[in-house]
Write a protein that binds this ligand. Structure first.
Ligand SMILES: N[C@@H](CCC(=O)N[C@@H](CS)C(=O)NCC(=O)O)C(=O)O
Length: 228
C-alpha cells in the first residue's frame, strides 16, 4: 500500500471501463493523492463475490479505502476529497456555482449511468445485444441532450469550454466518462457541441491521460463492446 506524505494510505477498488471508477481515478490524480490500485473484474463477475460485497453491499465499483475505512459512491468520494484536499478545487467556491456543478454531476450520476449499468442491461436481456445497446443508447442520448441543454441555458453564467469555471472540475469528471459510454453504445454525439467542447478541454488537462480506461490494468489493447 502506498504511504502518502500526509500519512494516509489510500487504495482504490476499480475497473478499467467503469465510468464511475474513471471519475474517481481522475479526481485522485488532480488532487495529487497516490493510491494502490486493486482491479475488480466486472466482466468476471467479481463484484458479486463476497469479498467485494463486503466492501460495498451493492457490488459496485469504485470503492475507496482510506486507512482501512471503505467509501463507496463516486460523488461521496469526490466530496470527501474536496473537503480533505481542497486544492486544486473540483467545485466552485460560491454556493450557486457548487449547486450548478452538483446538478450536472447528478444528471449523469442518477439520470444516465444507472439506467445503462450492467445490472440493468442484464434485466433488459442477457443475450440480445441489440436490445441492450438500444436501451443504453436511448438513455445516454436522452441524458446528454439534457446536459447539452443545461450548458446552453447557462452560457451567460459560465465562461466555457469546461462545464463550469475556468478549469477542469467535478462536472467534467462525470461528463467525459459518460460521453465515452455513449459512443460505445453507438450514440451520435455530434449534436452536442458544448458537451464535446467540454470533453476536449478536460481531456487536454494534465491529469487526464493517467485516468483513461485504456491506461488501466486489465484493459485490452482494442476495446470491445460491453455493457458498463
Ligand atoms: N453511483 C455509483 C455508481 C457505481 C456503479 O454503477 N458502478 C458500476 C460500474 S460504472 C458497477 O460497479 N457495476 C457493476 C454491476 O452492475 O454489476 C457511483 O457513482 O459510484
Amino acid at each position: 500500500m502506498v504511504v502518502q506524505p500526509t500519512g494516509a494510505t489510500v487504495k482504490l477498488y476499480h475497473f478499467w471501463r467503469s465510468s464511475a471508477s474513471w471519475r474517481v481515478r481522475w479526481a485522485l490524480a488532480i488532487k495529487g493523492v497516490r493510491f494502490d490500485s486493486v482491479i475488480v473484474d466486472l466482466m468476471g463477475q467479481e463484484q458479486h463475490q463476497g469479498v467485494h460485497r463486503g466492501r460495498n453491499p451493492i457490488g459496485h465499483v469504485p470503492v475507496l479505502e482510506v486507512e482501512g475505512r471503505l467509501l463507496g459512491e463516486s460523488m461521496a468520494v469526490l466530496e470527501w476529497l474536496e473537503e480533505t484536499c481542497p486544492v486544486p478545487p473540483l467545485f466552485p467556491a460560491d454556493p450557486w456555482g457548487r449547486a450548478r456543478v452538483r446538478q450536472l454531476c447528478e444528471l449523469v450520476n442518477t439520470g444516465i449511468q444507472p439506467l445503462q449499468n450492467l445490472a440493468v442491461l442484464d434485466r433488459v436481456s442477457e443475450t440480445d445485444h441489440v436490445a441492450r445497446n438500444g436501451w443504453a443508447a436511448h438513455f445516454n442520448c436522452r441524458g446528454l441532450t439534457a446536459f447539452e441543454g443545461l450548458l446552453e441555458r447557462w452560457e451567460a453564467e459560465r465562461p466555457g469550454p469546461f462545464c463550469w469555471g475556468r478549469d477542469v472540475g467535478a462536472a467534467d469528471l462525470f461528463l467525459v466518462p459518460q460521453v465515452y459510454s455513449a459512443r460505445r453504445f453507438g450514440v451520435d454525439v455530434s449534436p452536442f457541441p458544448r458537451v464535446l467542447a467540454a470533453e476536449a478541454a478536460a481531456l487536454a488537462t494534465p491529469h487526464a491521460a493517467g485516468a483513461l480506461p485504456e491506461n488501466q490494468p486489465g484493459a485490452p489493447t482494442v476495446t470491445g463492446s460491453g455493457s458498463r
